[in-house]
Design a protein around this ligand. Structure first.
Ligand SMILES: Nc1ncnc2c1ncn2[C@@H]1O[C@H](COP(=O)(O)OP(=O)(O)OP(=O)(O)O)[C@@H](O)[C@H]1O
Ligand SMILES: [Mg+2]
Length: 455
């Protein structure tokens, strides 16, 4: 699969790509840099991809970390704890989970990490299957017998009676057991019940000799069976040496409040000074011109992800010249905007003004987990507010899209067809094209070229 520079910048860290240099493409006048996608990296989320490139030092959040470490101490004493960490996209939930992992890393402990995915909200036990495969060290081309060996040795570590657990979890991981284990002859309900019990037993087994830190990320994408299992884990955790940290965005209502061993923690946006510290970390503490800093702080409004991305965009956009002790503007400062992938969602939202909030939310998740805010603004303010947060690249695309939709409507009038229907059809087509990535945007441009021909 070949992708453009802009798509590459959006997926960097999540996929291994090779730059095959500038290529001439049909319909685009200048040669453009093209990348070949070679495969997935090990990163399971935007945060992991970012972490593999290096993180900024943690700013603030001392109270949250102190609370988590306090709960960890209680867990180590055998009074298991659960912390529910919620907050909007990009606010720093994963960063805090990472900090906790780092802080306890030197101790004798074990960590279990589960990551929900927006693409697997209906795959039963997806985060558990993913975790088992990674913990067992499955390689992509491992034959089944090697996978079974790896699974057996993983389960032996938690001393949960592997003879019982292995065939159940092998079935969960779609590994045939051949004649190494007796076939599972039980009803699907019983098999599910025993599989959940085996996974719980694995956690309990691991926690017997040493404390366990369980990190369950992005529960707003949890599938129903995983939620059943997580219910059991939350319940069981109080009797073992475990701290279970569950992160999620506020769209999810956590059903585990009210238990004495469960603490809820909501992450607020950073204060102005804290955002400023993050900007400083990105500029190596070289001051930015005051109006640039003011715009960054105002536009990003204390969301660390946006602070990072907008500052990086500004530094890369050629608006500034680096001098020995500061940055200076090279020309007049244009209005800054939240960078590309947040805008992409606004574009998609704006293309179809008949869209309602649910599909919009779905769209937002599908494109990038970090764009909820831009996307919410787009959904509440429809076209107008969606465009307000859009960057210059996006504005160009909006013009493209508007031209195509407008053209469809005008052509419909000339053809004595319903212009509204034509508009909707055109915007739906653009939206599905745009969802498929850059090829869609090329189509937008191609269609726009066609628009310029007289009808
Ligand atoms: N307090 C902070 N100090 C420095 N960097 C931070 C802080 N909080 C978050 N970041 C950085 O901001 C980016 C977004 O944070 P993070 O991925 O943790 O957000 P999140 O709440 O997990 O978002 P999502 O809901 O999309 O998973 C990351 O690159 C992270 O390192
Ligand atoms: Mg996260």
């Amino acid at each position: 699969m070949l992708i453009s520079e802009s798509t590459h910048s959006l997926i960097e860290g999540l996929f291994v790509c090779e730059n095959i240099g500038p290529q001439s493409l049909k319909g685009i006048s200048e040669p453009v840099d093209v990348y070949r996608v070679q495969g997935e990296t090990d990163a399971r989320s935007r945060f992991e991809a970012a972490a593999s490139r290096g993180l900024l030092p943690l700013v603030g959040r001392e109270q949250e970390i102190a609370l988590l470490l306090d709960r960890w101490e209680q867990a180590k004493e055998g009074e298991g704890q659960v912390v529910l960490l919620s907050g909007e996209a990009g606010i720093g939930k994963s960063r805090i989970a990472q900090m906790l992992r780092d802080r306890v890393a030197a101790e004798d402990q074990v960590q279990l990490r589960y990551q929900c995915s927006p693409y697997h909200t209906n795959s039963a036990l997806y985060p558990f299957i993913d975790q088992l495969g990674r913990a067992a060290g499955f390689a992509r081309d491992d034959p089944f017998d090697i996978r079974l060996d790896k699974l057996e040795s993983l389960l032996a570590q938690s001393s949960t009676g592997p003879a019982e657990a292995v065939p159940l979890l092998a079935a969960l991981l779609s590994i045939p057991t051949g004649d190494r284990f007796a076939p599972l002859e039980m009803s699907p309900e019983l098999q599910k019940e025993r599989t959940l019990a085996a996974l719980i037993a694995q956690m309990n087994g691991l926690a017997a000799p040493r404390p366990v830190l369980v990190i369950f990320e992005d529960a707003h994408w949890i599938d129903p069976t995983s939620q059943e299992l997580l219910d059991l884990m939350v319940d069981q955790a109080q009797a073992i040496k475990a701290l279970v940290l569950i992160t999620y965005r506020p769209v999810f209502t956590a059903p585990w409040g009210g238990h004495p061993h469960v603490t809820s923690l909501t992450l607020n946006r950073l204060g102005r000074r804290q955002s400023q510290t993050m900007v400083g970390a990105l500029t190596a503490n070289k001051p930015l011109p005051e109006e640039v800093l003011d715009q960054i702080l105002a536009k990003t409004d204390g969301v660390p992800l946006f602070v990072e991305e907008l500052t990086k965009t500004v530094l890369e956009a050629g608006l500034l010249k680096e001098e020995e002790d500061r940055y200076v503007l090279t020309g007049p400062l244009p209005p800054l905007a939240i960078p590309a992938h947040h805008d992409e969602v606004c574009l998609l939202a704006a293309l179809d003004d008949s869209i309602v909030s649910d599909p919009l939310e779905h769209l937002g998740r599908a494109v990038d987990p970090g764009c909820a805010r831009a996307f919410t603004e787009a959904s509440t303010g429809r076209l107008g507010a969606g465009f307000q947060v859009a960057g210059h690249r996006f504005r160009r695309r909006r013009c493209d899209a508007e031209a195509v939709v407008g053209h469809a409507a005008r052509k419909a009038v000339l053809d004595h067809r319903n212009p509204d229907e034509a508009r909707h059809q055109a915007s739906r087509k653009l939206r599905s094209e745009a969802l498929r990535g850059d090829s869609g945007l090329r189509t937008v441009r191609r269609d726009q070229d066609r628009c310029c021909h007289p009808v």
